[in-house]
Design a protein around this ligand. Structure first.
Ligand code: ASP
Length: 407
């Protein structure tokens, strides 16, 4: 059985087992969750995350120094950022449009807006932009800030290219060897992936049950609908750009299933990186584009923020003006670029969008309880969007190469 099939089976088994536990043995749920499911799930999440920093660091330096040489980082960054802005904008517009059509917040009486407490984490764009440049490389590596790790690796790789081979060979040998070791560790960790995913999903379904969907069913289904539509749109774009969907899915299926099961884009990164070659991407390109997208590209978060803001406005009977929609759109766009790739990140960022649009923060507490239900879908889209954009960049580069050959 392939890895993606095993993870998929674990997902299904987790939903079934978790549902049965919740219905038939509710008394067992808490002890089982506390002493078995959560610890097993957390161990798996931590084990896969421990691979991310050394893998990104090594893959990026090798990409810059071995294969393509100088000058492509700026080109890749510009192309990727322009692709990201267009596709993220499309995702947010989809989230807004679906919220307008399905009206998730129109049954205000049924949804308790009474004693909701607001979350209070603030967010500053300027601070975030400044923090991309680390002040201490070892601290950046230790804290696992992916964007900072990319900056360090890009700087180190560029410096290596400017130095003589004998000055940098010992370091490159270490990096190459580190890459091989990390790959081996990854193979070992992936052996427990089905168990980890099973524990994570069983925990969610057993503790939350299907009853939790209740009054927020339109919200949940509407969000999932917007996510499915965005995936459909990506498949269309990929098809017209010349990417064969079959090859794309073959390469990235295991990353998608893991993203769904763990609700963490970071956890899915090693699988996305490893599947890239199978999906037809060159390793130097994917070694840059996949970590870059994992740090920045969150279509699922964009959809969530747009959809959720309209939901809150509908719920509290606030007039939805053009100014409000614009404020939501722009802040959701920024937030979609700065949501962390870990479970629970999307909900924290709601404060920014609701504040920007002058909407009540109480909305956050209302949806906090059901956030995990949609988070797997959102994370799947986050990884889908990242890998789709990397594939589009590959097509763009291929076209450039062909043109240069002709010229
Ligand atoms: N958990 C998501 C991710 O890792 C982020 C989110 O909450 O939207 O991509």
């Amino acid at each position: 059985m392939s890895l993606s099939t095993r993870i998929f089976v674990a997902l299904g088994a987790g939903v079934l087992f978790g549902g049965l536990l919740n219905l038939l043995a509710p008394g067992w749920v808490e002890p089982l969750d506390q002493y078995l499911l959560q610890p097993v799930g957390d161990v798996f999440l931590r084990a896969i995350q421990l691979i991310v920093v050394p893998l990104v660091f090594a893959a990026l330096i090798m990409g810059i120094t071995q294969l393509r040489g100088k000058g492509y980082i700026a080109r890749f960054t510009t192309k990727l950022m322009s692709l990201y802005v267009v596709t993220s904008a499309a995702a947010i517009i989809l989230g807004l449009a679906v919220a307008f059509i399905v009206r998730p917040g129109s049954n205000a009486e049924a949804i308790n807006t009474g004693d909701a407490a607001a979350a209070d984490q603030g967010y500053s764009l300027v601070e975030w932009l400044v923090s991309i440049v680390p002040s201490n490389p070892f601290e950046a590596l230790a804290s696992g800030n992916l964007l900072q790790v990319i900056v360090i690796a890009a700087l180190a790789g560029t410096a290596i290219n400017l130095l003589k081979d004998e000055q940098t060979r010992p370091f490159l040998n270490v990096v190459e060897s580190m890459y091989e070791i990390v790959q081996k560790v990854l193979q070992l960790v992936l052996k427990i992936a089905p168990f980890g995913v099973f524990a994570l999903i069983t925990s969610v379904v057993a503790t939350q049950g299907f009853g939790i969907i209740g009054n927020l069913a339109v919200y949940i289904l509407g969000l999932i609908l917007a996510i499915i539509l965005m995936i459909g749109l990506y498949i269309l774009i990929l098809f017209f750009a010349g990417v064969k969907p079959k090859i794309f899915f073959k390469g990235f299926a295991s990353a998608f299933t893991l993203a769904f099961g763990t609700a963490s884009s970071n956890a899915a990164l090693p699988l996305a990186l490893n599947g890239a070659q199978k999906a037809g991407l060159q390793s130097d390109l994917s070694g840059f584009a996949i970590p870059f997208g994992t740090a920045l590209k969150r279509d699922g978060a964009g959809i969530l923020q747009g959809f959720n803001a309209i939901f809150v406005a509908q719920l509290f009977g606030i007039d939805i003006t053009i100014e409000l929609v614009l404020a939501v759109f722009l802040s959701a766009l920024l937030v979609s670029f700065s949501t962390a790739g870990v479970p629970g990140a999307g909900i924290i960022m709601m404060t920014t969008v609701l504040t920007a649009a002058n909407l009540p923060l109480e909305g956050i507490a209302i949806v906090a309880g059901i956030d995990r239900v949609t988070e797997g879908f959102r994370t799947l889209l986050n990884v889908f969007g990242n890998t789709a954009n990397a594939s589009l960049l590959q097509q763009w580069e291929n076209r450039r190469d062909r043109k240069m050959q002709k010229g």
